[in-house]
Design a protein around this ligand. Structure first.
Ligand SMILES: [Zn+2]
Length: 303
C-alpha cells in the first residue's frame, strides 16, 4: 500500500489536509520523524534509531490514512489517483537531466497504434480472387512484396518516400492502407488521410483555425491517398502541398502518396516544383500500378 503523497499531487494533498485536519496531523508527525532522522545525521550520529522510527511510522501510514479518509466519508478512489507512479501521469520522466517519455506513455501509444491499425486492411488479407487478370495479379503481388520490404526496412530505405500511381480502382488505397497498418504494428506513429482531408487541414491552418501543418510535417510517416481529388483553393492547395512535401523531404521524414495523376497532370495541377519533388528519383520510389478497375460496381471502397 502507498502513502497518499505517493498517490496524489502535492496540491491535491494540501487541499485534502485542509478538508481533513486529522490527515494533516498524521503527516506532521511523519515529517517530524523524518526531521529527527536528518538532525541525528547532522549531529554526527548514525541515526539508526530515528530511521527505524520513521520507517515504522511510514509503513503504518497508508492504513491510518485510509482509516481517517473512511471516517471522513471520502473514498480513496474518488481522489484522482495516479495511474502511473513513475511519471505521476505526466507521461514524462527525467533521465540524466533530459525529459524523456515514460514507459507508460510508450506502452499506451503502442496499444493505441495497434488498436487503430486493426481498422485498416492488411497485407495478410490480400485477396487474390479480386484479380481476374494474371498479369495484374502478378504486378500487384510484386508491389505488395516491395511495400512489405519497405515497411521492414523503415527508416533505412534507400529512397525514403514513394508514390503509388495508377488508375482508380487498381488497389492503391488498399496497399497504402496495408502499408500504414504494417508500420503502426511496428509501433511507428503514422497519419493516413485523403487529399481532401489534408486540404481541409491546410485551409484551417490558412484561416488561423489551428496549427495543422506542423503536425503533418512532424508525424514520422505520412500517407496521402487520392492526391488530385482535393479542391483547388487559391493560395492554399499548391503552396501548402509544396511546403509539406519539401519540409518532409528535407527532414528525411518518409511519406507516401497515392494518385491517379500522371506526371503531366501533376505539373498542370500543382506546377513544376511539386512535380520535381515527386519525381526526384533519389527521394521517391515510383510504384506504378497497371490494370483495370477491380471494383465490380465501380463504387466499391477499394481504389
Ligand atoms: Zn508513466
Amino acid at each position: 500500500m502507498q502513502r497518499l503523497d505517493e498517490l496524489i499531487t502535492a496540491e491535491q494533498l494540501q487541499a485534502l489536509h485542509r478538508q481533513v485536519p486529522a490527515l494533516a496531523q498524521l503527516r506532521r508527525e511523519y515529517i517530524s520523524l523524518c526531521d529527527a532522522h536528518v538532525q541525528a545525521l547532522m549531529a554526527g550520529r548514525d541515526g539508526a534509531a530515528e530511521q527505524q522510527a520513521r520507517d515504522a511510522f511510514s509503513a503504518a501510514m497508508p492504513e491510518k490514512e485510509r482509516a481517517i479518509l473512511a471516517q471522513a466519508g471520502i473514498e480513496l478512489s474518488s481522489l484522482s489517483v495516479y495511474r502511473c507512479l513513475l511519471c505521476k501521469d505526466s507521461g514524462f520522466v527525467v533521465k540524466q537531466g533530459r525529459k524523456v517519455p515514460c514507459q507508460c506513455a510508450e506502452e499506451k501509444q503502442k496499444e493505441r497504434l495497434f488498436r487503430q491499425a486493426q481498422a485498416l486492411p492488411s497485407f495478410a488479407a490480400f485477396d487474390k480472387t479480386l484479380f481476374e487478370d494474371a498479369d495484374q495479379l502478378a504486378s500487384a503481388l510484386l508491389l505488395r512484396d516491395r511495400l512489405m520490404a519497405y515497411c521492414r526496412a523503415f527508416g533505412q530505405n534507400e529512397r525514403p518516400h514513394f508514390c503509388l500511381t495508377g488508375q482508380t480502382g487498381v488497389g492503391k488505397s488498399f496497399l497504402l492502407g496495408c502499408t500504414v497498418r504494417a508500420l503502426m504494428e511496428q509501433g511507428i506513429r503514422t497519419r493516413l488521410l485523403t487529399a481532401y482531408e489534408m486540404m481541409e487541414l491546410f485551409r484551417a491552418q490558412h484561416i488561423g483555425e489551428g496549427e495543422t501543418l506542423p503536425a503533418l510535417i512532424e508525424v514520422p510517416f505520412l500517407a496521402i491517398d487520392d492526391l488530385g481529388t482535393e479542391p483547388m483553393y487559391r493560395n492554399i492547395t499548391v503552396e501548402y502541398l509544396f511546403t509539406l512535401i519539401d519540409e518532409r523531404v528535407r527532414a528525411g521524414r518518409p511519406m507516401a502518396i497515392a494518385t491517379n495523376l500522371m506526371s503531366d497532370q501533376i505539373r498542370d495541377r500543382y506546377g513544376e516544383r511539386v512535380l520535381s519533388r515527386l519525381r526526384d528519383t533519389k527521394q521517391f520510389a515510383n510504384f506504378g500500378m497497371r490494370g483495370k478497375d477491380l471494383r465490380p460496381s465501380g463504387k466499391k471502397q477499394t481504389k
